[in-house]
Write a protein that binds this ligand. Structure first.
Ligand code: E4P
Length: 218
């Protein structure tokens, strides 16, 4: 499973990318707003830090506007994946941008039929939003399972399932079990994946025993 980091904070991205465990980045208009800098500068800085796909989202909602913005975003760096919303115009833009050789992430996916359409439109990634479905009392993970089952029925559908709106380490485990190709994870959640109180407790025990020996490895 690939790990993308879900943030537009360049300092956080640099910190996490140094681990070698980050395969890409996703941003959205809210995350760019939070970064407080011009979108082109933010995306260029992220693309220079991470080799993998960096999702940058259009804000136009009509086909022509999405095409114009999408091509401008794709021109920032070769690893930009243009993010378009899962609307009819967004699907048309996905098809057209894909045909022009751009990577496209179709976002705001909340149903299996929407994911089927995104794949037919040639999306590189489809982003089902787990947390936002859970928020309204639906089972976000069930959507990942349905999309996985549908895509696996048709060899021609090669869109990657990018589990988005991940809020907890449990979401990551469940998305991996459900066969999501990618999880995009907020920095704090990504760091929490490594944490376990038993690891800390037992490490303390080993180090206490080691100290008693008076030895040094070097
Ligand atoms: C990523 O592409 C999405 O924009 C993001 O995961 C949304 O997460 P949220 O629902 O926690 O804001």
């Amino acid at each position: 499973m690939k790990f993308f980091v879900d943030t537009a904070d360049i300092a956080e991205i640099e910190d996490l990318a140094a681990s070698g465990l980050v395969d890409g980045v996703t941003t959205n208009p809210s995350l760019i707003a939070k970064a407080g800098k011009p979108i082109r500068d933010v995306i260029a800085a992220i693309c220079a830090t991470v080799e993998g796909p960096v999702s940058a989202e259009v804000t136009a909602i009509d086909f022509d506007g999405m095409m114009e913005e999408g091509q401008a975003l794709a021109g920032i760096a070769p690893n930009v994946a243009v993010k378009v919303p899962l609307t009819w115009d967004g699907l048309k833009a996905c098809r057209a941008l894909t045909q022009r050789g751009h990577k496209v992430n179709v976002t705001l996916c909340f149903s299996a039929n929407q994911a089927l359409l995104a794949a037919k439109a040639g999306a590189t990634f489809v982003s089902p939003f787990i947390g936002r479905l859970d928020d309204i009392g639906y089972d976000g993970m069930e959507l990942i399972r349905q999309i996985r089952a549908i895509y696996d029925n048709y060899e021609a559908l090669d869109t990657e399932i990018l589990a988005a709106s991940i809020r907890t380490p449990f979401h990551v485990t469940e998305a991996a079990l459900a066969g999501a190709d990618v999880a995009t994870i907020p920095p704090a959640v990504l760091k929490n994946l490594a944490k376990n109180p038993l690891t800390d407790k037992n490490l303390d025990g080993f180090l206490a025993d080691w100290k008693k020996t008076g030895q040094s490895i070097l």
